[in-house]
Design a protein around this ligand. Sequence first.
Ligand code: SIN
Length: 304
Amino acid sequence: MGGTIAGLGSSPADHTHYVAGQLGVAQLVAAVPALAEWTQPLEVEQLAQLDSKDMDTRTWAHLLQRVAALLDDETVRGIVITHGTDTLEETAYLLHAVLAPAKPVVITCAMRPASALAPDGPQNLLDAVTLASQPGVQGVLAVCAGVVHGPQEVQKVHPYRLDAFVSGDEGPLAYVEAGRVRQLRAWPGGHRPRRDLLPALARPWPRVAIVLSHADAQAWMVASLLAAGVQGLVVAGTGNATVHRAMEATLEEARARGVRLLRTSRCALGQVVEPSADSMADLSTLSPVKARIALALDLMADAD
Ligand code: SIN
């Protein structure tokens, strides 16, 4: 899909001004000697080549269709996706929510471009292939810096460190250490796939935005989204998903006009504890960016 793992900079010291998505996936695989000798056949496919900050629903739809087809191919044992770190958690959640795969779909990435003095991409890619080849592994997984994260929990929390991802209070699912997988928790899965939404996912998505509650938050923030025709609003609330009182009336108005509201917390760790009894909006335990995808999927299901 592109990303820093396929990025090139002007010199080995360039860690920040490089261009993401320059090398093809075949070149990434060829750069890892252990993959040249991999005992199972590896096939590579270039689906996209982008800086993941620019991810869009058309690219997501293409990825979903292709991964769905590969999952249905009984000769495919597992899938590895190279991806930028910036929106990796959103892609992971979307694949998990829609496909609920019984095979491993492992997303990996890098925090240093391929041209860096010590790029982290080759080891991450090897770890991802190791994980995807391991019998019994299933579901959408993210692997970075030897840590395996689940699609519901994974979050990028650091803009520079090699281990830029965490799994919050839940903790990682596993580690990949010297070519071995040490599992800590059950692999994700067990929910109903939503493949019936694939046609809707390929069309323009419902307009769902995130509005952040913060000190000095104001009604115009919600009003301007209403004027723009928003169909769903994720309210990233303070603490226990609480909302600034200055926004409450306009949010009520949005709800009365048929806008679906979903409340979540802007806190990076933990989950909402004893939410207030008000019925302004359903509550989500997902991060705001994942709750936005969940709400969009619900709106698509309602429209079908
Ligand atoms: C991207 O997300 O495509 C660029 C940043 C990265 O991969 O670390």
